[in-house]
Design a binder for this molecule. Structure first.
Ligand code: E4P
Length: 216
């Protein structure tokens, strides 16, 4: 499993990219709105930082509008992936865009059937939302497992992006459940790299080193 960073904050993207752990970026309208910056300006900056798939979401609800937006966004870079909501109109757009060689990420996936339809429409990626399912008392991880099994049984090459990841355990479980990618906020990357025993170990090594060198 590889990692995308789930943010439109370019400072966080730079920090994660410098650690070499980020293969791509996902954004959504809420994440972009939070930054209070122009969408295209943000995308161009992300493109200059990360050489990998960068998901940019359309806001139209009809296929024609989605396709129009998608073409403008895709013209920014060949790394741009068009994020399309999981609706009938969204699938129409996915079909048209995939016929033109434009990569798509079908978002807001909450069932295995939605993922299967998206894959059949030609989606490059599907994004099942783990955290939001957990929020309403469902098992988000079960959905990742189901989709991974179905795609394997039917040899579908659409990649599964475990999305709406809220904490490090979601990441471990997504990897075990067969997600190809986990898209994670920077705070989760920080949570993943931390362990109290690591901090304690560093502290003890330094203490021992200082102690031994005091007498020299
Ligand atoms: C994924 O592509 C989405 O942008 C994101 O993971 C949604 O996460 P949230 O449910 O924490 O908003």
């Amino acid at each position: 499993m590889i990692f995308f960073i789930d943010t439109a904050n370019t400072e966080d993207i730079k920090k994660a990219h410098a650690m070499g752990v980020v293969s791509g970026v996902t954004t959504n309208p809420s994440l972009v709105a939070k930054e209070g910056r122009d969408f295209v300006e943000v995308l161009n900056e992300i493109i200059s930082i990360v050489d990998g798939p960068i998901s940019a979401e359309v806001i139209s609800l009809e296929a024609t509008g989605m396709i129009e937006e998608a073409k403008k966004l895709a013209s920014l870079s060949e790394n741009i992936v068009i994020k399309v909501p999981m609706t009938g109109e969204g699938l129409k757009a996915v079909k048209a865009l995939s016929d033109e060689g434009i990569k798509t990420n079908v978002t807001l996936v909450f069932s295995a059937n939605q993922a299967l339809l998206a894959a059949r429409a030609g989606a490059t990626y599907v994004s099942p939302f783990v955290g939001r399912l957990d929020d309403i008392g469902h098992d988000g991880m079960e959905l990742i497992s189901e989709i991974a099994d179905i795609f394997a049984i039917h040899q579908l090459d659409t990649q599964i992006i475990a999305a709406s990841i809220r904490h490090p355990l979601h990441v471990t479980k997504s990897a075990l459940a067969g997600a190809h990618i986990a898209t994670v906020p920077y705070s989760v990357i920080q949570g993943m790299l931390k362990h109290p025993m690591t901090d304690l170990g560093i502290e003890r090594f330094l203490q021992d080193w200082e102690e031994a060198n005091k007498s020299k």
